[in-house]
Design a protein around this ligand. Sequence first.
Ligand code: NAD
Ligand code: UFG
Length: 345
Amino acid sequence: MTMSVLLTGGAGYIGSHAALALLQSGFRVCVIDNLTNGSTEALRRVQEIAGKELHWVEGDVRDGHLLRRLLIQHGIEAVLHFAGLKSVGQSVLDPLTYYDNNIGGTLQLCQAMSEAGVHKLVFSSSATVYGDPATIPVVESCPTSSPENPYGQTKLMAERMLSDLARADARWRIAVLRYFNPAGAHASGLIGEDPREIPNNLLPYVSQVATGRLKAVQIFGNDYPTPDGTGIRDYIHVVDLVEGHVSALKRLKNQSGLDVWNLGAGRGYSVLEVIKAFERVSGKSVDFNYAPRRSGDIAQCWADPSKAWRELGWKAQRGLEEMLGDAWRWQSANPNGYRDDELTI
Ligand code: NAD
Ligand code: UFG
């Protein structure tokens, strides 16, 4: 029988790609999003690509009453919880908003799920919980450390809350997925990352320099102990990432308690390597200059994703150039993101 799933934050970057992957894998999809950083146009395009419909509600995950109603009315069996705020810098300036949204939202969601008798959950965590990892590549058993910023704290606290919940009640089956650096877009070029403000993350920034919307990339630090002095990260194609969610969701049937998987490609690229590869793939030049290190950044981080391969049968299939090519197809076809086509569905 077709399984119905609820995606919180499904109108955002990763959630919209997940909605598409789930529709294409035969799930019935229901989305709740308060549109603080999501777009109805993304959902319209998801349905266009899939040739299938999803159900969508504008609402907040901190609204327990609405959540309970959705869970029960739509016969939801599992929830993928993407909803949250994700700007590290903003979280430092406005920590209460981050704790309210990310911790308050996860708490309300779990309470509503519990009341509705839904106990399968896939949670969007982050490699940020490892802090500056002692050993690289990072394995899941690597100690988590107290992140330097409130955003990272909310991810670690939410993980701990979920772990306590799974220990207290054996009905819960929870997959915690620690993302490394999601990037790229669906190969159609119809959906992608559409930051409302000036991007904080490298890839959307580089793409917007290539379209001429921004002038030059500031490379935060060229004195790291890495081969070219710039920071190294594990960029993972967003389509690979969401396929990891489909695998984790399928495994929840046979899982008990809470388990954690790294979702990364398993190799790192430096900022300079990313910029050079982007220029090759797009045929555009990307101006850059060197700036001081960004506070809170680490020199290098990449995943050991072998646990996900062993246990979920998942590994990233798409390389850096495909990721950058897809990011460029999306950005060049939609220089203003979804804004030109935003409408209500
Ligand atoms: P995004 O901002 O594009 O998507 C999040 C969505 O959640 C948005 O559509 C937003 O409108 C919605 N939302 C926020 N608060 C809400 C609330 N209270 N109620 C209902 N909807 C709400 O971000 P994304 O990149 O798609 O990230 C998805 C998840 O993955 C987040 O939890 C994020 O912290 C986590 N994550 C992202 C990255 C990354 O680099 N993109 C890395 C690690 C973890
Ligand atoms: N960088 C620049 N210039 C920019 C933006 C980034 O040089 O304009 C550099 C950073 O210093 C870093 C690399 O590019 O070396 C990647 O930076 P991002 O901001 O794209 O990503 P981060 O690794 O800092 O953080 C991302 C997410 C976090 C998540 C973390 C997990 O933003 O939410 O990955 O590893 F927690």
